[in-house]
Design a protein around this ligand. Sequence first.
Ligand SMILES: O=C(O)/C=C/c1cccc(O)c1O
Ligand SMILES: [Fe+2]
Length: 317
Amino acid sequence: MTLALVNMSHSPLLQFSEASREVLDDLDGAFGAARRFAADFDPDLIVLFAPDHYNGFFYELMPQFCIGYEATGVGDYDSEAGPLDVPTEIAQRLAASVLVDGVDCAISLKMEVDHGAVQPLEILFGGITAKPVIPIFVNCVAPPFAPMRRVGAFGRAVGNFLRDLDARVLLIGSGGLSHDPPVPQIVTATEEQRKLLLNGRHPTAAARAARQQRVIDAAKAFARGEANIRDLNPKWDREFMSILSSGQLDRLDDWTAEEMAAEAGKSCHEVRTWVASHNAMKAAVGEYRSTFSYYRPIPELIAGFGVTTVLPVDAGA
Ligand SMILES: O=C(O)/C=C/c1cccc(O)c1O
Ligand SMILES: [Fe+2]
């Protein structure tokens, strides 16, 4: 096993925002660094921790963790649609190993993934079929949430399996950091939103367009300082990133979902993908080191935007 890790925020607003050329060029520089890192590493397999935004997972049956044996992109926000290249047999062995390791985890023989999983594959590899990928859903939007220490345990169980796998594996954690886009919440949902949250699979094109336009409009208002959503929190984001790079992952164990959302917005729970992927890295290789780190709060994308690359300490430069 040889392992590398990329964590990156995502935003479906990348193609739809009014961010300035300077901001987009700056971000492109970070994407370029991560892309070169991924190309140099040249993985045989990607293990992708990603959230979902009520496109593939719904309250009708909401797991905290789910490993995909097969997966398809739903094509929200013009992200690439269609089947991913999932190595089913390895995904099956991974799930069995995680369960034996003591972490209950759902499996899906027909996972549907949205921009949260697809965007990093597009940015790093140019598409969803460029490399074999095992998608791992981590619940980051639908309360109640697994305790953070459980997210760590799940990540470590994945890492324990990868330690013995004869492959070059790129871990990806997609999402975060502080942000609060207008994704509906079950406790405040209207009747129409409740239907979406319960089982809104495969909306009509018109329903999808309307839903997305609301978020695009909210981002424009947020950038003007006019939206009724929680501010980004660069201090929280930087502290979180520095804890991950310190390797002291147990410092996150007692963070509560309520405190996290109060500080950094309801969608800050997407950092769970970063926590799981770092724990996987640490379980598999021991000490790791950060080789690239970018952070910028970008209101036009409703995202505290982070991009990091990580290698084992004993790997060459
Ligand atoms: O509309 C959605 O489904 C999600 C939007 C969004 C906006 C900004 C940052 C993110 O991580 C998002 O998922
Ligand atoms: Fe997201």
